[in-house]
Design a protein. Structure first.
Length: 65
């Protein structure tokens, strides 16, 4: 019953295990989405840092005596 209505006398009661499984899946999906967002931020910072290091090395090589 997805509309929140109580089951009638002839219909089976909703399975509490199904409700727990759906809640678990929803929480896991939210956590996975948050983790993926953090992964993209870390990747962005890493790539930015690599470029800074590369520019400093290029500067050092071109200005060496």
């Amino acid at each position: 019953m997805s509309d929140g209505a109580q089951p009638g006398p002839g219909s089976p009661a909703p399975d509490p295990l199904d409700a727990l499984q759906r809640e678990y899946d929803a929480r896991r999906a939210a956590q996975e989405k948050k983790g993926e967002r953090y992964m993209w931020w870390y990747l962005g910072y890493f790539l930015f840092g690599i470029h800074i290091v590369a520019f400093v090395m290029i500067y050092a090589v071109t200005h060496a005596k």
